[in-house]
Each structure stands twice: as structure tokens, then as C-alpha cells.
Ligand binder design. Structure first.
Ligand code: ASP
Length: 328
């Protein structure tokens, strides 16, 4: 009798000790990861005030997306809600506050993808659509196409009842001063980044979206990786959802987001290893600067960049959450 209770006690102790691992290994009900762009910030070259503004913006975006997921909403709705928040925030290179091109204008790109059916929508080179991510979603849901550009995209968005505004809305004092500074210094990398979000919802569906003003001082008409499905954005329920940020030309040539998914599917690699191989090895070797955020179908996340900083954050149904700036 005595021996029996000792064994029982031992079993109970082992169960209690291993409980935290069991709980954290469980698939979270929902996951949201966001980014506000990769760059070359360091604690030395950034102000506390600037970082606080960025962190608050990321937190608001996480809150908006998480509210959708907690209520049982779709990954697609969460991604759109999070990105809209960042587009409206002047601290990021998307929507209001986007970077200015070589001609002194703003041209916005965005895309979104639904992992449940691999449908996708994107727009490029627009300057009157207040929330490009919403227009990209409309292309996916209300047109037979994947990518609309320029005036055609704007005409379509207007017909679909999407908010159209005067281009002056996008210009902020900050982005104009940044434009003048970069024109003067010929600096290659601006201080602001593209925005993106990936999510897994309670129904097991994945989605990804990305929105940007592109590269600072880009040539008029230049389109980056963001609206190119498979380059800047990719989602597939069989593998993962990915949103990228960085030097777009490299991300297009390496089909970065799709490559991560393909490595998982064809080579059975984990999300972490697949992203590492693409961002930290393949891209880094070519000096293709940038990073990605991703979530896989089991709720594992990764946020990897080969630059010194990437504005990023995540939240899981388990309560785990964080907002980060520097890579180390
Ligand atoms: N990938 C974006 C582009 O090339 C820029 C960025 O992520 O900062 O347009």
C-alpha cells in the first residue's frame, strides 16, 4: 500500500514537472505576427522617442489584429486590420507617411493572400487609395485577377467603394524631410520600413499581407516585391504564411516567400530552418538585405532578418507576446 502511494506520487511529480513543456508545445488557437520593415537602426543611431512611437504603433496593430482572432474571426480579416493600422500610422513606410520616389511622388504597392484556398490579390503604383491592403483584398475577392496597377487599380477601387483620397494625404512633414535629406546625402537605406502581417486563426487558416511605399528614391514606375505573390507575400494552409521586407529586387529574383513554403513542402524542413536557409544564407550571400516574418500551420513563428533591425511583434492565444526592434 505504502509502495503504491509512493509510485503514484512519483508519477504526479513527473507530470507536474513536464506540464509547462506539454502546454507550450500545444498548437496555439491563434497567432499573429507583424512587421514594420527591416533596416539599419542601432541603439546608437536611433532616439528613444522614435523607438517609442514605433513600438506603440506596432502594439496598436497587434491589438487590432488580435481582437479579430480572439473573437473567432478569419486570419484574412486579422491581417487586413493589422496592416490598415500600420498604413494609417505615419511612422511606417506604407499608406500615410510612405517614402517618396525620385520624382517627389508617392507610389504604393500591397498584396494579400488567403492560405485556405491560395487566392491572392495585389495592387501596385497607386497614389489615391487610402488603404492599399483593402484594395488588394478587393482585387482578390471581387475581380478575376491577381494584380492591378496604377490608374486601373484606382478606378477599380473607387468602383468597389474603397476610400479614395487626395495624394497630399500621404505626405507628412517627416517623410518630406527624409526625402530631402536622402536627396542631399544620396543615402541608400531610409529609416522607415514596409509593413506586413501573417496570421493563423482558430479555424486553422493562414493568411499573409504586405503593404509599402517601396524603396526610397525609387524610379518612377518601379514595382518591388510587395505586390508580387510569392516574393513579398505568400500563404498556403499546407505550409506557412510569410510577409517580407527588404531590398525588393532580391526578394523578387529569389521568390523569397514562396521559396520558404516550398522548402517546407518539398524538403520537409521546419519553418525556422527554411527561413534561415533563404534569409540568412541565400539572400545574405547575395547581399540581399531584409527579413521575413512567418507562421506555420502548427502556430510556430519565426522572424528573421540579415539587417541590424526589423520592427516586429507577435501575439499568441497563449498570452505570449512581444514587440522588438533590433536583431540582437
Ligand atoms: N520590399 C520593399 C520594396 O522593395 C521595401 C521594404 O521592404 O522596405 O519595395
Amino acid at each position: 500500500m505504502k509502495k503504491f502511494s509512493f509510485v503514484k506520487l512519483l508519477v504526479l511529480l513527473v507530470a507536474i514537472i513536464s506540464l509547462p513543456q506539454v502546454v507550450s508545445a500545444q498548437k496555439p488557437e491563434y497567432v499573429l505576427v507583424i512587421h514594420g520593415g527591416a533596416g539599419y537602426l542601432s541603439p546608437e543611431n536611433s532616439s528613444e522617442n522614435e523607438l517609442t512611437i514605433v513600438k506603440n504603433g506596432l502594439q496598436r496593430s497587434l491589438n487590432a489584429g488580435e481582437a479579430v482572432l480572439r473573437a473567432g474571426g478569419s486570419a484574412l480579416d486579422a491581417v487586413e486590420a493589422s496592416i490598415r493600422m500600420l498604413e494609417d500610422h505615419p511612422a511606417f513606410n506604407a499608406g500615410r507617411g510612405a517614402v517618396i520616389n525620385a520624382d517627389g511622388n508617392i507610389e504604393l504597392d500591397a498584396s494579400i493572400m488567403d492560405g485556405s484556398n491560395t487566392m491572392a490579390g495585389a495592387i501596385a503604383g497607386v497614389h489615391t487609395i487610402k488603404n492599399p491592403i483593402t484594395a488588394a483584398r478587393k482585387v482578390m475577392e471581387a475581380s478575376p485577377h491577381v494584380l492591378l496597377i496604377g490608374e486601373g487599380a484606382e478606378k477599380f477601387a473607387g468602383e468597389q467603394g474603397i476610400e479614395i483620397i487626395d495624394p497630399s494625404y500621404f505626405f507628412t512633414e517627416g517623410s518630406w524631410n527624409e526625402y530631402l535629406r536622402i536627396k542631399e546625402t544620396q543615402e541608400k537605406d531610409g529609416r522607415k520600413g514596409t509593413v506586413g502581417a501573417v496570421a493563423l486563426d482558430k479555424h486553422g487558416n493562414l493568411a499573409a499581407g504586405t503593404s509599402t511605399g517601396g524603396m526610397v528614391m525609387k524610379q518612377y514606375g518601379r514595382v518591388g516585391d510587395v505586390p508580387i505573390i510569392g516574393a513579398g507575400t505568400y500563404a498556403n494552409n499546407e505550409t506557412c504564411a510569410v510577409s517580407a521586407t527588404g531590398h525588393g529586387e532580391y526578394f523578387i529574383r529569389n521568390v523569397v516567400s514562396y521559396d520558404i513554403s516550398a522548402l517546407m513542402l518539398y524538403k520537409n524542413m521546419s519553418l525556422e530552418d527554411a527561413a534561415h536557409s533563404v534569409v540568412m544564407e541565400k539572400l545574405a550571400k547575395q547581399k540581399g538585405n531584409g527579413g521575413i516574418i512567418a507562421v506555420d500551420k502548427d502556430g510556430n513563428i519565426t522572424m528573421q532578418c540579415n539587417t541590424s533591425s526589423m520592427y516586429r511583434g507577435y501575439v499568441k492565444s497563449t498570452g505570449e507576446t512581444n514587440v522588438l526592434i533590433f536583431s540582437k
